[in-house]
Design a protein around this ligand. Structure first.
Ligand code: SF4
Ligand code: SF4
Length: 100
């Protein structure tokens, strides 16, 4: 989808194909990033329930990781986490830490 000319966009931006949400990597326009703090996490999975983008991934019933391709940084998970086990950082801040 990215790189598409405006001439190829359907009139009115109508979504013509059902079930295409995987094609829209909402993470590309994220300005804030959730960071998991494993030591505080009790694996209650509330973050998994409240994420509107299914970007919280579970393994064997436990928190596994964030799928940053689809996380749009809304902060729902961090706001609902009962243990403050998710910290929101600006994308710029998080990218600088990735580079260290
Ligand atoms: S809501 Fe918080 S404590 Fe619960 S699984 Fe998610 S990160 Fe862990
Ligand atoms: S910040 Fe929003 S989109 Fe990203 S994992 Fe948390 S709830 Fe999901």
């Amino acid at each position: 989808m990215s790189g598409e000319s405006w001439k190829e966009i359907p009139i009115g931006g109508v979504i013509e194909k059902a079930g295409n949400s995987k094609e829209y990597k909402t993470g590309s326009w994220r300005s804030n990033r959730p960071i998991h703090v494993p030591d505080k996490c009790i694996h209650c999975m509330i973050c998994w329930i409240v994420c509107p983008d299914c970007a919280v991934k579970a393994k064997d019933g436990n928190f596994s990781h964030f799928d940053y391709d689809y996380c749009k940084g809304c902060g729902n998970c961090a706001a609902r986490c009962p243990k403050d086990a998710i910290v929101m950082k600006t994308e710029l801040e998080a990218q600088k830490e990735d580079e260290k």
